[in-house]
Design a protein around this ligand. Structure first.
Ligand SMILES: Cc1cc2nc3c(=O)[nH]c(=O)nc-3n(C[C@H](O)[C@H](O)[C@H](O)COP(=O)(O)OP(=O)(O)OC[C@H]3O[C@@H](n4cnc5c(N)ncnc54)[C@H](O)[C@@H]3O)c2cc1C
Length: 423
């Protein structure tokens, strides 16, 4: 079976082959995993390695959700500064989560190396760039806290940031040496290959349409047959549909879009010359990185507007001109966007929805490391571990009543941002 269209640059450029495996007929398994992104695939890999019989059911293709569309910044910690995570989660839980996610890029790297995942991995760090003097103050506060935790981070002056980024537009930055960049679709496909190699069954093109309890089992009705399972993990995150009542109302859905230039060869060499990926401190964040082929990939919050020749393309051209006046106009060859699940407090959740039914969800745009780690934690729990040992306290879903309205408000603000930056 071949695909008719690609969902991102990464879908086209990943060296790892797509895993396409339709489900035929009914099945029985110990653990059913809904969703073939980082969360579902990491759960499957770690569960299969522990000898648990498991099956991934993915509605579309591996990496179809955020996992195959993201920027590919393998960051440490969460979107919030560590001190804010502690303040919100409490000292004990907050400190434990920060420690686990602080070490998470190194765990992702170990998985990539162990399973020889071909995903353009570079481990040169990432730069959080200050868009304003206030942004630099915020970064100094983050830097101080990370240094207190003995993390290898460097607060960059304006000149140091300009030297690494190749642009004088920033007021400094925070270079995190723990982090790196990957081709995220390559990583997702590599996890799928590794999970299958460990014994997990992975099915694509199969949507779970209903989930209900029958005696001690869970029954998953799909458009390709029925699966019975003792336990279920939903790894559907921002792509959650109506499968579990109310789950998609527990977060605000926002979008993030990206455009990729053609490979620039020597022309782009001075931009991010150290190979770091970048995102900034602006309220409407933007991102910039290179891939292994010398493309520049630039993105921001919102959807692609007008396809390859519309508003987003003009936005990307203007942004590159502003940041790198010597670059000249460059051709773009890919544009795409994806969905992000934002929670009111910007913290992820690990919900127990019912007996034997869990979902890690709400990653707020930081999912490569949390998805990998939370999937591993799910596998450990289901292999006989304790809920108390999960990276986050188990929670129960709470609807965010304003979510649909806020989604529209954000999208309007993000569109206005594209328009204004084109002027
Ligand atoms: C544009 C963008 C940029 C980002 N940049 C970064 C970044 O640089 N670094 C970072 O760490 N994070 C980033 N993120 C966040 C990160 O991509 C996500 O948090 C992460 O991919 C979530 O992984 P997941 O496996 O939980 O969910 P997803 O990858 O979204 O997977 C969910 C899957 O569930 C499937 N599904 C849904 N319902 C059903 C059903 N009923 N039956 C079967 N299957 C179903 C979907 O098809 C989908 O494939 C970004 C996100 C986006 C969108």
């Amino acid at each position: 079976m071949t695909k008719s269209s690609t969902i991102s640059l990464w879908d086209r450029s990943a060296a790892e082959a797509d895993l396409i495996n339709p489900m035929t007929g009914d099945g029985v398994t110990d653990l059913a995993i809904v969703g073939g992104g980082f969360t579902g695939l990491s759960t499957a890999l770690h569960a299969a390695e522990k000898g648990i019989d498991c099956r991934v059911l993915e509605a579309k293709q591996i990496g179809y959700g955020g996992s195959g569309r993201n920027v590919g910044l393998v960051n440490a910690g969460l979107w919030l500064p560590p001190q804010d995570v502690r303040a919100k989660l409490g000292e004990k839980n907050g400190a434990a989560l920060i420690k686990t996610l602080g070490e998470a890029p190194s765990y992702v790297r170990s998985l990539i190396e162990r399973h020889q995942i071909r995903c353009e991995a570079t481990w040169k760090g990432t730069i959080h760039a200050a868009h304003s003097p206030k942004g630099h103050e915020d970064l100094a506060r983050r830097a101080e806290e990370w240094r207190r935790l003995a993390a290898p981070v460097e607060l960059l002056s304006r000149d140091e940031a300009a030297d690494l980024i190749g642009s004088r537009s920033f007021h400094g930055g925070l270079l995190d040496h723990r982090a790196g960049t990957i081709n995220p679709m390559g990583y997702a496909r590599g996890l799928a290959r590794a999970a299958q190699g460990a014994g997990a069954q992975i099915h694509t093109g199969v949507r779970v349409q209903a989930l209900r309890r029958e005696g001690t089992d869970w029954c998953l009705d799909t458009d390709r047959g029925r699966v019975r399972a003792k336990r279920v993990v939903l790894g559907t995150n921002a792509y959650t549909d109506d499968l579990w009542p109310g789950l998609k109302s527990t977060f605000t859905k926002i979008h993030f879009f990206q455009l990729a230039t053609v490979p620039l060869g020597d022309k782009g060499k001075a931009i991010l010359r150290g190979g770091q990926g970048l995102w900034d401190t602006g309220a409407i964040m933007f991102s910039l990185r290179r891939d292994a082929f010398g493309r520049l990939i630039i993105g921001s919050m919102g959807t692609v507007i007008g396809g390859m020749d519309g508003l987003s393309r003009r936005w990307a051209t203007r942004m590159l001109q502003r940041l790198f006046p010597d670059l000249g106009e460059v051709p773009f060859e890919h544009c795409w966007h994806g969905q992000i699940a934002m929670t009111p407090d910007h913290l992820p959740r690990m919900h127990r929805l019912d007996e034997g039914l869990y979902t890690p969800i709400g990653y707020n745009g930081r999912g490569i490391t949390p998805g990998t780690i939370f999937g591993k934690a799910m596998a450990e729990l289901l292999a006989g571990g304790r809920e108390e040992d999960l990276p986050l306290p188990v929670s129960h879903p709470k609807p965010v009543k304003s979510a649909p309205v806020m989604s529209h408000v954000y999208q309007t603000a993000f569109t206005a941002n594209q328009v204004l930056k084109c002027v």
